[in-house]
Design a protein. Structure first.
Lengths: 338, 275
């Protein structure tokens, strides 16, 4: 499989926007339904925000699946939004390096919050239906740190040009395997950084961090809120993740950082298996092999709600491997319930 | 299949140092001189992106198209391995800038040998001499990760000229006319990005890319874009490059907009197949 696709991007809604609003400081606004039921497996590719009045905003978009009042978060992205005003112009549109997969027949809704109750007033989405690529999340949850009202993560730069700052901890210990997509960086009015900023992402204990990769940036733009890696950077569970920077110039303004990543689902039954061609092994109660197939099977394993899958006229209940091995996107075991 | 990940470390050049300064040519769409960003690669390398900046437009609030070339080879013998297209629409306060600042290649360019000089140059559709600052991002081979790369150059449609102007329909959200981006000639392509320049403020746009003859275009993708105060994300790399443009196929673009008859300037980032 490949990152290439022949699947067209689509957009929603047509000829209008979804209206969004936060509620108080770090209070979520109401859910806004963007799909009453997904017509096919979809992959949310990105979004565009506009409207509203705000400045220097830590803003979070939450994407959930599930019925009204039973929404379960499958994605959170935190961005630093500079200013909506005429002086800087703030519309933001991003395409995720890896889109967020959601199976068919699912209600999808969103809500937003921010550090000062303000924020963009409108949002629209680009998405794929039946994406012909496996570069899509299936069981992973889109996450960002910091979350909500948690302490804003800010790196204090070294005032000596191109000298490293101290490391700043982003995640004390990854609870699951993660895949880092990139960062949302911002430093307000930083003269001289037009000549460059480098961010190192590293792992390891405090004082013994090892650089995993380096991102290069420049004077921060009001319209550029996410700095992506060429491909997701994997970090195994149980690792401390930290960041440091070095830059041109002597300015000491703080750099606000959020880390954007996919995290493996903590509970296998919470997996979201969508349109991927999966290898299906059907076993009976004694784990005897009955059949195996290579099909574009559409299975929804939504948040510990068992679903039934019709396979060759045989109704089976989806269960988790009794050994506790989480189902992967490559193999799913189905046990016949007599 | 699992998500493809990149274990290999990304590096920058210049590394831990000021970006290089490129002075544009005084003639529109004329190349600047090359400026070296790395004297000699420490190993065979894969180009993953370009970072660039200018205050051009800060006082003029001007709109313009431009291109950045990344090249290998000794001075006066440079060979372009990637071209990045940008569109700048208004540069505001001193902390802000219009165009995207770091372009990450959806398909990195695997065409840099060991011990090779790397350099950059610029051209644009005006004669402003404000300098640009540039740096590049790359991986060192051998790669541990299995990611899609290509030895083919990253290209632009249309090259070295202003993008095509598209006009939305005469009613809000009505289709505008298709405008040709490429005639029905040339290799099969992978589309890796869309460069978008809105000329008017406060509007929402949908851009259809289509293939096929005039009057019988088929939509191959639709990109939604929001613009406010004449700002917008003017460069959208496609994380899933679009692989459905066959050889000798015409490519066209049309637009719908919340404001009737609004206009925008469009160009594409592409790589010719086979990759």
């Amino acid at each position: 499989m490949s990152i290439l696709t022949n699947t067209p991007l689509k957009s929603i809604p047509f000829a209008t926007n979804f209206t969004i609003a936060a509620s108080g400081v770090w209070g979520f606004g109401s859910y806004v339904e963007i799909f009453s039921t997904t017509p096919n497996p979809i992959a949310i590719a990105g979004f565009q925000i506009s409207g509203g009045t705000y400045s220097n905003l830590n803003w979070e978009l939450e994407i959930s699946t599930g019925a009204v009042s039973s929404e379960v978060v499958v994605g959170t992205i935190r961005l630093y939004l500079v200013n909506s005003g005429n002086s800087v112009g703030a519309p933001v549109g991003i395409l995720l390096p890896v889109p967020l997969g959601i199976p068919t027949g699912v209600r999808v809704s969103i809500r937003v919050r921010s550090n000062n109750a303000n924020g963009p007033g409108f949002i629209s989405f680009n998405y794929y239906e039946n994406l012909s690529s496996d570069q899509v999340s299936t069981t992973e949850i889109l996450k960002s740190v910091p979350v909500g009202s948690a302490t804003v993560l800010q790196v204090t730069p070294n005032t000596t040009p191109w000298a490293n700052s101290a490391w700043l901890q982003l995640i004390a210990s990854t609870p699951q395997n993660i895949k880092i997509l990139g960062i949302s960086p911002y430093a307000d009015n930083v003269p001289g950084t037009s000549l460059g900023i480098e961010y190192d992402i590293g792992t390891g204990g405090s004082g013994s961090e090892t650089v995993l990769t380096t991102l290069r940036h420049t004077q921060v733009s009001s319209r550029f809120t996410a700095l992506w890696l060429p491909a997701p950077l994997p970090v195994a569970a149980g690792n401390r993740v930290a960041i440091r920077l070095r830059k041109a110039g002597t300015n000491a303004n703080l750099h606000t950082i959020s880390l954007i990543y996919y995290e493996d689902s903590a509970t296998p039954t919470f997996g979201r298996i969508s349109q991927l061609p999966v290898e299906v092994a059907v076993l009976d109660d004694s784990a005897n092999f009955l059949r195996i197939s290579q099909l574009p099977v559409e299975v929804a394993l939504l948040h510990d709600i068992p679903v039934q899958l019709r396979l060759s006229q045989l109704a089976v209940e989806v269960m988790v491997d009794p050994l506790g091995i989480p189902p992967s996107t490559e193999q799913i075991q189905l046990f016949i319930v007599s | 299949m699992a998500i493809t990940t990149l274990i290999d470390r990304q590096y920058t050049a210049p590394a831990g140092a000021d970006a290089v300064t490129v002075t544009p040519a005084a003639v529109a769409w004329t190349n600047s001189a090359y400026v070296e960003v790395l004297a000699s690669t420490p190993a065979a390398c894969v180009l993953t992106g370009v970072t660039f900046y200018s205050i051009h437009g800060f006082t003029e609030s001007t709109a313009y198209d431009g291109e950045i070339d990344v090249a290998t080879g000794a001075a006066s013998s440079e060979v372009v391995i990637a071209t990045v297209r940008f569109y700048s629409r208004l540069v505001f306060t001193s902390g802000q800038i219009g165009p995207i600042l770091t372009y990450v290649f959806p398909i990195p360019i695997d065409n840099i040998g060991s011990g090779v000089r790397l350099s950059v140059r610029l051209r644009k559709n005006n004669t402003n001499l404000t300098v640009w600052n540039m740096s590049i991002n790359y991986l060192q081979k051998p790669l541990t990760s299995t990611i899609l790369t290509t030895a083919k150059p990253q290209l632009v449609i249309p090259p070295a000229t202003v993008g095509v102007t598209v006009t939305a329909g005469g009613l809000a959200w009505g289709n505008g006319l298709w405008v040709q981006l490429r005639a029905a000639t040339g290799n099969a392509l992978v589309i890796t990005g869309v460069v978008f320049g809105a000329l008017s403020a406060n509007a929402d746009f949908e851009i259809d890319l289509g293939t096929g003859g005039s009057g019988s275009e088929t939509v191959i993708t639709t990109l939604r874009i929001a613009a406010l105060n004449q700002g917008n994300p003017q460069h959208q790399p496609l994380p899933h490059p679009l692989d459905n443009v066959t050889a000798s196929t015409r490519i066209a673009v049309r637009m719908r907009c919340s404001t009737a008859s609004n206009t925008a300037i469009i160009s594409l980032m592409v790589i010719e197949k086979p990759l």
